[in-house]
Design a protein around this ligand. Structure first.
Ligand SMILES: C[S@@+](CC[C@H](N)C(=O)[O-])C[C@H]1O[C@@H](n2cnc3c(N)ncnc32)[C@H](O)[C@@H]1O
Length: 222
C-alpha cells in the first residue's frame, strides 16, 4: 500500500507543486550532509501550509521543530516580503543544518532560526511580550504537544491558526497498549483540544502518502 501512496504523492506533486529550486536545494543539501529524508513534511503538505497562511493573510509565523528547514522554507515563501518566521530547533546539529539551508535559500532576512528547547524559548517569548503570531506550526517532540498548545495560546490572538503535525502515528493513538510517551502525549493533546475554552474549533485529519500513515490537527484560537 505505501508504495502506491508514494506513487500517488508523486503524481500529485508532478501536477500541483511548482518547481522551486530553494526547496530542491534544501533536500539535496540535507541529504548530502547525511541527514534522514523522512523527517521533513511532504511537498503537498508544504503546499497546504502555504495555502492556509496565504488564505489567512498571515505575517508572523512560529514553528516548533525546524529540523533542516524544509518546512521553514514553505512557511517563509508563503509570506509577503515583510513577513517573519521564528523557528525553534532543539538539536545543535539540526539547527546548524537549518541555518545553512535558510542562508542558501536567501531567506535569512525573514527567518529567525533559534536553537533551544521549544518550551524554554516559548516561555522566553511570552516573558518578552512579543507580538502575537498569526500561524503556529507544531512539529517537534510529540510528548510535549499539550504543553506546546498551552504555550502557543499565550503567543496567539483571536484567529491564530495552530497546525499540529503527526497526530495519528499510523493509528497508534488508538492502540491503547502503546504507552510510549509520544503516543500518550498525543492522546492527552486530543483530550485538551476537546472543548478547550480558548479554541473556536479543532479538527484532525488522517493522511497517507510518501511519509506513511499519519495526520495533522488544526485549531483556530477563539
Ligand atoms: C519532524 S522534525 C521537524 C521537521 C521539519 N518541521 C520539516 O518538516 O522540515 C522534528 C524536529 O523537532 C526537533 N525537536 C525535538 N524535540 C524538540 C524540543 N524539545 N525543542 C525543539 N525542537 C525539538 C527534532 O530535533 C527534529 O529536528
Amino acid at each position: 500500500m505505501s508504495e502506491s501512496w508514494t506513487q500517488i504523492d508523486q503524481y500529485i506533486e508532478s501536477h500541483l507543486i511548482p518547481h522551486d529550486p530553494r526547496l530542491e536545494q534544501n533536500l539535496q543539501n540535507t541529504a548530502a550532509h547525511g541527514f534522514p529524508d523522512h523527517l521533513a513534511v511532504a511537498p503537498n503538505q508544504g503546499m497546504l501550509l502555504q495555502m492556509l497562511i496565504q488564505m489567512n493573510q498571515c505575517k508572523r509565523i512560529l514553528e516548533l521543530g525546524t529540523f533542516a528547514a524544509y518546512s521553514t522554507i514553505w512557511l517563509a515563501r508563503a509570506l509577503p516580503e515583510d513577513g517573519y518566521v521564528l523557528t525553534i530547533e532543539g538539536r545543535d546539529t539540526h539547527g546548524a543544518m537549518a541555518k545553512e539551508n535558510i542562508e542558501l535559500a536567501g531567506l535569512s532576512h525573514m527567518v529567525d532560526a533559534r536553537v533551544g528547547r521549544a518550551a524554554d524559548v516559548m516561555k522566553q517569548l511570552i516573558a518578552e511580550k512579543v507580538p502575537a503570531f498569526d500561524f503556529i506550526f507544531i512539529d517537534a517532540d510529540k510528548q510535549s504537544y499539550p504543553e506546546y498548545l498551552e504555550l502557543s495560546l499565550e503567543l496567539s490572538r483571536s484567529g491564530t491558526i495552530i497546525f499540529m503535525d503527526n497526530v495519528v502515528r499510523a493509528g497508534d493513538i488508538i492502540n491503547f497498549e502503546n504507552k510510549k510517551p509520544s503516543i500518550e502525549g498525543l492522546r492527552e493533546l486530543y483530550r485538551v483540544l476537546e472543548n478547550h475554552p480558548r479554541l473556536l474549533s479543532s479538527t484532525a485529519l488522517q493522511t497517507v502518502g510518501s511519509k506513511g500513515h499519519d495526520g495533522f490537527a488544526l485549531s483556530i484560537v477563539k
